[in-house]
Ligand binder design. Structure first.
Ligand code: WQD
Length: 354
């Protein structure tokens, strides 16, 4: 069997194949670009339930390799097995999952099926093919409503929604699987609030229908697609009364995955857990102001009722990631609003042309 992509690999003479499930999604697509730039060979698996096929073209335009991709659902073990047999996969980054907190409350079974089922099937194939390096896309939702902030990785885990529950159980599944497999190593990355877009403005978050998340709602409002933003509550016990989150630029987040993959060569322990955030809290009103100041757009917004399930404030303690993963966020919330706005305009122009 020959592997045509072995001639690529940048600074690395023996490039490694990394399977990226959900590689056409928001965080997945940025991670594929980052992996490729660092000499890895990403293999995208995506069933496009929540992403667009034309993302592949846009990723291709940003990397020097021919893109390897398969349209397969993570639960289709037969077809996945074909991919595992075709390539000498060294590591897996598992993003593929449903991720809307509110949808998970309405339809928990969808989340149990896709988020639990997808992980089981990927781990089964990892075991069959002895792929021992696994990075998992986890979430700060595993902290539930923390008793104090910033949160560090030793805080107790909990959950506030079926979505958060799937991430908590997924982490435990990986830990128990690792205990049963000699040589299996995994890094669990607990993301805070990913925002922003690639600096080219061609990759970003493309929600289907009405966005759940704050920054896509802001950019769509400024673009005239939504009438106005509703700020969900200004009576929280925070300095300006609106909720505080730790907004992490998606390009920094993508880099954290590359660092995690590098470190899996020789990790200090088989399972490692890291908070991936900036360590800085930003309120909803502050994010609106950053957007207005950095884009020159005036945003129409009103104050509405609190959203069910929102916690008042959370942000990360990032010391462990800085020390043990040697990763630190580099980009700012200002960079993120500028890049997200660039991406919103790119998408509008693209749709107008279609
Ligand atoms: C942020 C703030 C809202 C929309 C997200 C993900 C979750 C997890 C953590 C990874 C809140 C307010 C929002 C709007 C608003 N990430 N808001 N008006 O809820 O912190 O959770 O990050 O796993 O999966 O969903 O993010 O962007 O929805 O909300 O006022 O129209 O913005 O109340 O305070 P959240 P979000």
């Amino acid at each position: 069997m020959s592997f045509p992509f072995l001639i690529f690999g940048g600074m690395n003479n023996n490039p490694k194949y990394i399977l990226v499930t959900g590689g056409a999604g928001y965080i997945g697509s940025h991670t594929v670009v980052a992996l490729s730039k660092r000499g890895y060979i990403p293999i995208i698996i995506d069933d496009f339930r929540n992403s667009n096929r034309d993302v592949l073209e846009r990723i291709s335009a940003l990397v020097d390799q021919e893109l390897i991709h398969f349209s397969i659902s993570c639960q289709n073990k037969e077809r996945l097995r074909g991919v595992f047999s075709q390539f000498p996969i060294w590591g897996i980054i598992h993003f593929a999952a449903d991720k809307s907190v509110s949808e998970s409350v309405e339809n928990p079974l969808k989340y149990f099926d896709n988020n639990m089922g997808g992980l089981v099937s990927i781990l089964e194939l990892a075991s069959e093919h002895e792929v021992n390096n696994f990075v998992f896309s986890s979430s700060c939702t595993v902290y539930g409503e923390p008793k104090k902030i910033p949160v560090d990785e030793s805080f107790p885990v909990s959950h506030n929604s079926p979505y958060g529950y799937t991430k908590k159980v997924n982490e435990e599944m990986i830990e128990q699987f690792a205990a049963s497999q000699s040589g299996f190593k995994s890094t669990l990355l607990r993301y805070f609030n990913p925002i922003g877009a690639h600096e080219s403005g061609t990759l970003g978050e493309e929600p289907n229908g009405k966005p759940d998340n704050l920054l896509p709602y802001i950019t769509q409002t400024a673009a005239g697609i939504r009438e106005e933003l509703t700020i969900f509550g200004d009576d929280y016990d925070t300095p300006d009364g609106t909720c505080i989150r730790d907004y992490i630029h998606v390009v920094d987040l993508a880099e954290a995955h590359v660092e995690a993959m590098n470190q899996l060569e020789n990790p200090p322990t088989p399972i490692q857990v890291f908070n991936i955030g900036t360590g800085k809290g930003t309120s909803v009103l502050e994010l609106v102001k950053y957007f207005e100041k950095n884009t020159g757009e005036k945003l129409k917004y009103k104050i509405g009722k609190r959203r069910k399930g929102d916690i008042p404030a959370i942000f990360a303690n990032t010391e462990k990631a800085e020390k043990d993963l040697r990763w630190k966020s580099r980009l700012t919330v200002e960079d993120a609003v500028i890049d997200a706005w660039k991406f919103e305009q790119f998408i509008r122009n693209k749709r107008n042309r279609e």
